[in-house]
Ligand binder design. Structure first.
Ligand SMILES: NC(=O)c1ccc[n+]([C@@H]2O[C@H](COP(=O)([O-])OP(=O)(O)OC[C@H]3O[C@@H](n4cnc5c(N)ncnc54)[C@H](OP(=O)(O)O)[C@@H]3O)[C@@H](O)[C@H]2O)c1
Length: 261
């Protein structure tokens, strides 16, 4: 399969490395970015082709990946063939907007997340047309969740696309307080990363065993014990409501991007 990338930042790179390591298909990749550097570097690292000027991107590729920010859509211009297939990772930007802009009828959307770099992504995909060759490839980036509508994809974006950032923020706060309370510990990062990793594994195992996330929490919490005291503070300060507000704000922003705001 031959794939052209417009945009080679965090997401473009995660996808290109994942595709390169795909065992399901032989992949040839082409990379373009306005400032050239990132496309050049990615072409070298993946053994792909560097495209210096946007109009030199071949027009007969199997798929094109739009991997730039939604805010760059207005300035982006390329003459796609009528039969071109686009995979867009632009948060919020609707399929109808892209179809109208490029005068094509085959646009699919992917909402990836950064653990895709390690083949551990939780990626959301929606395509209104048959796209099994692309879903096969996307499975090399981690778990692929097929959405039944764009609305569903937009609603879950705050949890999977933005989710890693929220988890990293928790990790940062853990590290800050661990260091403050222990007078600084050279293994702070390792202790926290392993705690998150082990907990994520328990979360994963709980799916097949039918144990709820709440039960997992209770298994660590004895009444009037150490963890109980910590959880009481979270409850008193309504962490549930704080996170609910964060997800609502992210969803609102997704819908604004859809309107081009
Ligand atoms: N990061 C995430 O965790 C995440 C998660 C889900 C979805 N997404 C989506 O992924 C997309 C890209 O995000 P990112 O984090 O990868 O951004 P990024 O690291 O800032 O990279 C953006 C890339 O787009 C390129 N670009 C800018 N204008 C362009 C144009 N007119 N034509 C072609 N390429 C252009 C930039 O080129 P230069 O190198 O020349 O500046 C850069 O390589 C966004 O739409 C975002 O919504 C991101």
């Amino acid at each position: 399969m031959r794939i052209g990338f417009f945009g080679c930042g965090n997401m473009g790179q995660a996808l290109a490395f994942g595709f390169k390591n795909s065992k399901s298909q032989l992949i040839e990749q082409y990379f373009y970015t306005p400032s050239k550097t990132k496309a050049q570097e990615l072409a070298i690292k993946t053994g792909g082709h560097f495209i210096e000027n946007v109009n030199e991107m071949p027009t007969d590729l199997d798929w094109y990946v739009l991997a730039f920010k939604p805010q760059s859509l207005n300035e982006f211009s390329f003459q796609f063939n009528e039969s071109a297939k686009i995979l867009s990772v632009l948060a919020g930007t609707g399929i109808d907007t892209l179809e109208k802009k490029f005068k094509i009828s085959k646009v699919a959307r992917l909402m990836p997340n950064t653990p895709s770099q390690l083949g551990m992504g939780a990626n959301l995909f929606y395509s209104p047309f048959e796209a099994s060759e692309m879903t096969g490839l996307l499975e090399s980036l981690g778990k692929l969740f097929i959405m039944s509508s764009e609305k569903e994809l937009d609603a879950i974006t705050a949890f999977s696309g933005s989710g890693p950032a929220l988890i990293f923020e928790f990790a940062r706060i853990f590290e800050k307080h661990l260091n403050a309370m222990s007078g600084g510990n050279p293994q702070a990062k390792e202790i926290i990363a392993q705690t998150f990793l082990g907990s994520a594994k328990l979360l994963e195992n709980s799916i097949s065993s039918g144990v709820t996330f709440e039960t997992l929490r209770e298994q660590v919490t004895s009444k009037k014990g150490v963890t109980y005291e910590a959880l009481q503070i979270l409850e008193k300060n309504d962490l549930d409501n704080i996170l609910g507000g964060a997800f609502t704000a992210a969803h609102k922003r997704t819908l604004e991007l859809k309107k081009g705001i």
